[in-house]
Design a protein around this ligand. Structure first.
Ligand code: AVI
Length: 340
């Protein structure tokens, strides 16, 4: 079955130079995915449902936290190496960002490489358009082709996006760590196809390190990561009209040294039953989900790699590593890859 029904449209936005491609997942598919995930013996929810407008804002707040080092370190790496990156590219470049950036990172890269077109891709439409418009205000020379897509699934971009320009894929923030290594490899295979001949890719990787440092980054003192975790239930409530009560769940984030990953969970603090159906749909499926005290919903994995394990992964997906930059403490690395 096709996970997402297509409702592709390409429109000119009010702002000159902004084109928009809409392939946002629709609610009936979200319902099916949510029911499927919560019906498993070990309940799960797809991490992409963190990122509605509120979730995207909470994630931006996470990136400013003292405990959450990846963003700071990656920005420093970009500041240090953006000129080298620009030299590794041709003149006519399209920059495709997997996950749209409101951040300083994309600004550093845009200024350094001045692409002919910037293609931000994100599942959160409002956030995508707001950040695209804000970038266009600051860079009047910039052509933007915003794509509202779930990039964890194979993407078929519109034909007018397929140009002969060299493509640079940008996947910062160690977001690739939110896929399992197997999913990451499938994803990278797809990216390689999209980037085509001459394609290049800049990807940020959170490196394996001390458990205490990793766990602190996902259990911050201000509770922003907890709020981000709870927002997955609030987003599902907003979209499907379900009634998850976040007061009946607890945030938990632990590092598994065996699996090299941070696991985020929402742990039920009581026995409870939540009815899942789409209250907006006349004739929709519905299911009662039972939680026992202490039972968890696994909401996210964040895999951490060594330089070697990541190199092995990308080589298996048809890329070669041209450069790898990391900070003094080897907390975070930025890989520059070429399609081969
Ligand atoms: C987006 N992604 C790389 C973040 C991470 O570190 O895995 C999401 C996140 N979850 C909790 N804090 C940050």
């Amino acid at each position: 079955m096709n996970l997402y029904s297509r409702k592709t449209l390409t429109t000119e936005s009010s702002r000159k130079g902004l084109r928009f491609f809409d392939d946002q997942p629709v609610a009936e598919n979200i319902l099916t995915e949510v029911i499927a995930g919560l019906s498993q013996p070990n309940k799960i929810l797809p991490a992409k449902y963190f990122y509605d407008e509120q979730g995207s804002k909470l994630f931006e707040a996470i990136t400013q936290l003292p405990e959450y080092y990846p963003t700071r370190v990656e920005i420093n790496l970009l500041r240090e190496h953006h000129e080298t990156i620009a030299k590794l590219l041709k003149d006519d470049v399209w920059l495709l960002e997997y996950g749209s950036g409101a951040s300083l990172k994309i600004r550093l890269l845009l200024q350094a490489i001045r692409p002919n077109c910037y293609v931000p891709m994100d599942i959160s439409k409002d956030f995508l358009l707001a950040s695209a418009e804000s970038l266009m205000e600051d860079y009047p020379w910039l052509n933007v082709y915003a794509a509202c897509v779930d990039y964890s699934q194979p993407i078929s971009l519109p034909a007018d996006m397929i140009t002969s320009a060299q493509k640079l894929g940008f996947f910062p923030g160690s977001s690739i760590g939110n896929f399992s290594p197997q999913e990451a490899q499938i994803f990278l295979h797809g990216v390689r196809k999209t980037l085509g001949k001459d394609g290049t890719m800049l990807v940020g990787i959170d490196l394996q390190k001390d458990k205490q440092i990793l766990e602190a980054a996902y259990n911050d003192c201000q509770g922003v990561t907890a709020a981000f975790n709870f927002n997955i239930l609030q987003n599902i409530n907003r979209v499907l009209g379900t009634q998850f009560n976040i007061d009946y769940f607890e945030h938990k984030a632990i590092y598994s040294e065996e699996k090299n990953r941070i696991e985020m969970h929402l742990v039920s603090t009581m026995d409870q039953i939540v009815k899942i159906s789409d209250v907006n749909a006349a004739d929709s499926e519905s299911k009662n989900i039972t939680f026992q005290t202490g039972e968890s919903i696994h909401t996210e994995n964040s895999y951490k790699y060594s330089k070697q394990s990541f190199t092995d992964l990308v080589e298996g997906a048809g890329f070669e590593v041209q450069e790898c930059w990391s900070d003094d403490k080897d907390y975070f690395a930025m890989f520059f890859l070429r399609c081969c």
